[in-house]
Design a protein around this ligand. Sequence first.
Ligand code: GLU
Length: 485
Amino acid sequence: MSKVRTRYAPSPTGRMHVGNLRTALYAYLIAKHEGGEFLLRIEDTDQERYVEGAVEIIYQTLKDTGLIHDEGPDKDGGCGPYVQSERQASGIYLEYAKKLVEKGEAYYCFCTPQRLSSLKTTVNGEEIMAYDKHCLHLSKEEVEAKLAAGIPYVIRQNNPVTGSTTFKDEIYGDITVDNSELDDMVLIKSDGYPTYNFANVVDDHLMGITHVVRGNEYLSSSPKYNRLYEAFGWEVPVYVHCPLITDEQHHKLSKRSGHSSFEDLIEQGFISEAVVNYVALLGWSPEDNREIFSLEEMIREFNYHRMSKSSAVFDMTKLRWMNGEYMKAMEFDRFYEMAEPYLKAVIKKPLDLKKIASMVKTRIEVFPDIQGHIDFFETLPEYDVAMYTHKKMKTNAQTSLKVLADLLPVLEAQEDFSNGALYTALSKYVEATGVKTGFVMWPIRTALSGKQMTPAGATEIMEVLGKEESLERIRKGIHLLQEQG
Ligand code: GLU
């Protein structure tokens, strides 16, 4: 068998949708699993949908996700150009369309927009237009005369009206349609550009694509593509159509959900490996129930025969969990580099941000969670004295006041404000008074943070806050307990 070659063929229309990222990923994995090649082709023939800067986003996203292409506009592998508008300019599509015209598999159509409009009918509330092959019957001379007169034209596929066409999809199985349902679709538009429908077949063939991986919205058009392959006498590729991705309400994942693109997710504080890992599981499951995979592991494990045809639900809770797992496993330096802007957005004082980062690393799911964990370092929030009461620690306002009042002079006298030294100092008090550690730590931590939950214990917090600020907060606590306790 020839070398497996797959392609990712995005249209530059904006940010990279999660569905497109999954298509790119599966195409990449199928190629790499077989030691094959992964190509990038830019499908920019629909000038109206073209968005400035979208090509750069495609390159950037592939780079960020590690889906490195072997061939593409920036890496010539001998099948270029890899940008459809450049291919169009070189006349490839017209040349191939003309080949079909010669074979009687396609024909010139000069029908006016008005005539085409008159062919529209409404079926089940939906307006459809089935072309009636009007121009198929023009003689060669008539066609030439019209072309010479410069009358606008399109080139249409000449599909049979009887019989049926069957094609095999690896995920959806054999699909058969009556040829009467195959419209004579346009191959070359009046502006000279090919339609996606035509260009994808010509390009996939010329680029040696063995496996076509794409969203299932193309499933219903695939019989027409098959007929094109047959008309040219080309080998039909393996089709792998990916299931739909929906939001939790089972609607197609759309921009409205606010997290439909890779860039959206990165901006929301997710990390690319976690997103790629999560996206891999939207429509594929490995043999065991494992969920965390590096890209290399996915290459090894991925098997498109284990893809599902039912829709995959984008579950934010699951993605957040997965992202948290990646945060925990991440090297500290990289974590810090990514967390720093989020830390700096909250902490303006000269505190040790690295220490704060290490406190939150295992506690957050996405970077923006950082804020809720650390804001007390910057400013002590207003808090209620009731917070000093903790059943399990056996503390209340009175016991807390005593502990804080006893320890204030101890801490004032303490020179070394490192975590270890502070812990030793407090342990001495615990031992001397015969109480439980929590009985002492709870009030101190409350006075330091004004919070029930903190990302670290009392002594670690003091180490970060420093002596002056820690003592001030403890004095405030004493004051509050004296006033209201
Ligand atoms: N340009 C098409 C799109 O972005 C690609 C479809 C395909 O992969 O064949 O939807």
